[in-house]
Design a protein around this ligand. Structure first.
Ligand code: UTP
Length: 305
């Protein structure tokens, strides 16, 4: 029977951002996927803000040797700050300075070879040490406008019960082969203990239609499982395989978060997120609405005459 782990606050979040981002080529030839903007902020900023809101003060970025842009983004930009200050652009200065609030530190770890998500998480082991931690995939942008972010919801649950947690959402049956799929003993409120987890099963083999999305809270013993995990689907070291062996030892719950998830690892997901955030943006919402209405009229999708 899996046991509960120590009730501990989640302070560290790992951002595996060493993938090649091939779906967004040619843009990702020079701009990492995580730096693609949703209106005026890069994808990574949304994930970072969510982690900080959940109580994390140590952000661990697993990057590859070509991705200087992510580290540069979180570094201090002396010249730019000086110029903005001199020209009295205080609003912009605040935006540049507040990329990371005081008291939050960023640590960068290199994944020397893109051997998969599981391998990327394992690269963070020396920094995470012996405490439960979060893993966040910035491609999954989760928006919960008037309530706590997905990771905060999960961290509250994990800390209260001393369990791990993985964000899940229901997907149409024909999409199971694009996700890790879990089988849960039964749901109480928004959570249920995971009994099985399978990476990208065909609909006929899927144990359910509950799909894993990119937010995890894991115990430090996951590293032992990752070290023993061989190459799985796609020749990569899969985080899902390590979780499948972890659930025999300690409880990990599937957590149905409140909020809307945009899969910004796909073209349409990135566009949907951009539209949604533009329509809600404090400065451009009216203009965005007008522009979209006009485009739909011109295309004959709507007729307001
Ligand atoms: P994806 O499967 O989305 O791969 O990785 P990708 O390379 O980012 O994008 P595509 O499919 O080629 O367009 C899921 C997450 O795991 C990270 C990615 O950066 C992404 O956040 N990852 C993947 C690594 O950090 N290292 C790897 O070896 C593989």
């Amino acid at each position: 029977m899996p046991t509960n782990t120590k009730k501990q606050r989640i302070r560290k979040a790992v951002f595996p951002v060493a993938g090649l981002g091939t779906r967004f080529l040619p843009a990702t030839k020079t701009v990492p996927k995580e730096m693609l903007p949703i209106v005026d902020r890069p994808l990574i900023q949304y994930a970072v803000d969510e982690a900080i809101e959940a109580g994390c003060d140590t952000l661990i970025f697993v990057t590859n040797r070509y991705k200087h842009a992510v580290a540069d983004y979180f570094d201090k930009a002396y010249e730019l700050e000086q110029k903005l200050e001199k020209s009295g652009k205080h609003e912009q200065l605040d935006l540049v300075r507040n990329v990371l609030p005081e008291g939050v530190r960023a640590v960068f770890v290199t994944q020397t070879e893109a051997l998969g998500l599981g391998h990327a998480v394992l690269c963070a082991k020396p920094v995470v040490g012996d405490e439960p931690f979060a893993v966040m995939l910035p491609d999954d942008l989760i928006w919960n406008k008037d309530g706590p972010g997905a990771l905060k919801q999960m961290a509250d649950h994990a800390e209260k019960f001393g369990v791990g947690a993985i964000a899940v959402q229901d997907v149409p049956e024909e999409q199971t082969a694009s996700y890790g799929i879990v089988a849960v003993e039964g749901f109480e409120d928004r959570h249920g203990a995971i009994r099985r987890i399978v990476e990208k099963p065909q609909p006929a083999d899927a144990p359910s239609t509950l799909a894993v999305v990119g937010r995890y809270i894991l115990p430090p013993t996951i590293f032992d499982h990752l070290e023993k995990t061989g190459k799985g689907a796609g020749g990569e070291i899969q985080l899902t395989d390590a979780i499948a062996s972890q659930i025999a030892d300690s409880q990990i719950d599937a957590y149905r978060f409140k909020g809307t998830r945009f899969d910004c690892g796909t073209h349409i997901g990135l566009v949907e997120a951009t539209i949604r955030f533009a329509l809600d943006h404090e400065k451009i919402s009216d203009a965005a609405r007008d522009s979209m209405t006009k485009a739909l009229q011109e295309l004959g999708v709507i007729d307001l005459s």
